[in-house]
Design a protein around this ligand. Sequence first.
Ligand code: GCB
Length: 576
Amino acid sequence: MSAASPLRPQTNACRLAVDLSGTWLFRLGDDVGDDSGDGDWHGGIAGGIPVGVPGSWNDQVPGARDELGPAWYERRFEPPPGTFPLAGREAAIRFGSASYAASVWLNGQFLGGHEGGQLPFALDCSGALRDGENVLVVQVDGRLARDRVPPGLVPPGDTHGRVFHPDVSYDFFPFAGLHRRVELVLAPRDGIRDVRLETTADDAGALLSVRVDAADGDVTLTLDGAPIASPHRVDASALWSPASPRLHLLEVELRRDGVLADRYALRTGIRTVAVAGDQLLLNGAPVRLRGFGRHEDFAVLGRGTTPALAARDLLLMRQLGANSFRTAHYPCDEETLDIADRLGLMVIAETPAVGLYFGDDDPDGDTARRQELALGSLAELIARDRNRACVIAWSVANEPRMDYPGAAAALRELCDRARALDGSRPVSYATDLPDAAGVEAADIVFLNSYPGWYRYPGRLDVAESVLGDTLDRVYRRHGKPVILTEFGADAMPGSHADPPSMWTEEYQAELIERLLRVADRRSYVAGTHVWAFADFATAQADHRPQSVNFKGVFTRDRRPKLAARRLRELWQPADA
Ligand code: GCB
């Protein structure tokens, strides 16, 4: 099914993507499973109120902050001119992200569903789509459960001992809703199903391989308008890097009997990435990441994405001199990756597997189900992002709890699966337990460490030596490059003290500067990501004033704290 293929929708001579974002109708409601009688909303919801899509419902709908569903969405639309007859085309509805699970009906007909937020899915609707008005109904279920990824309702012993309301195992609010674009997609039935790019190093630059999965016919490739064959040699000067984020236009065409049957275009950077000894190499040269962990979070929108916010964030990163970010703790929006490609920001792409635990007191098989889900979303992430120049590494999890038999094997399985699906990028997971078994499966150690905050709180004086010792120990143990994927301190905006004390802007700026100094002195440290780019909403907890994590160097509305200014001084010039 081409319309429901992993290829991101696009509009061209053969394909059409109609954005259904905008004002939808919404209502919270019970799970109406049957097709009969009152309360059957599969053909249209009763008593809906207007909400914006993309967007979480929690901060749009008064009183719904802690409601996690199920909830119902409805959107009426007419297909564009020329849609019918479908003839050789297929139609699908594609969701960029429905958090956490969705079931979808078109004109009362069930199309299918999907489990897992922050990853796209497309459902064939060729048989249900009609001329004139169509009624699209989506049930979204954001409820927390132990057998979901990320898991909710986890025993406190497995959540760093923290208790949140709602009862999450992770440190961000469990926003629910349709968080990204929803599109009606029309594509040739016997067309291009997938395009896979891979770049390998070559003496003079790189070799670009293009694998096309398509129905019968003649496939042709052009790069920047010139015909090419795969593999294609690319000059070093044409490669993508933070200093020179060159993008090329790759066009794939499928012809039958000389007639154009399908076409797919990719704007792509070409670069190689590798780990050699204790170094991370980009295009064969050592590179150090400097940047942030970034959440998708904003007032009113919740986890809903908009290119304006992504552009603002990534431009601010560039302005500070950052060259990289991690999509913590889930895959980011595809338009954000477009911007990262264009700005030359190197991305560590993370799956939604945050807070995994492997409780052996799990009679109902929750652990096994979580692992299946984690493997599934890893495959979906790699299918979505594998052609991205900006994505330079996969993070298969964040801070899994490792104190159970089976935990190390589960993490090894995730790392091995990532490598089996894509052998061209380093694989790891962010961990606060670098001595636990499992880490040896990673190509780079992704270390989350909070000296001067959770460890030795208030002790700016010892934070440096504690981090130095930790880094050296980790490196001695694993002999691999280490990326400090999290470190930092909360700072209440506008709060000041001299000498610096915890929760002030001075303390945050001073701690970040000191820890960066420690990391930068070590040649095996391949990167530092401050936690976090901006303040973000969390569930309620005694350690989260105002239900916000204040470790952002920008406020939630993107005003700079002292630490942002300090980083701008430390990170100039912004050339690498
Ligand atoms: C961590 C987590 C991150 C939290 C952060 C914190 O280790 O990976 O999700 O937000 O610490 O601020 O506690």
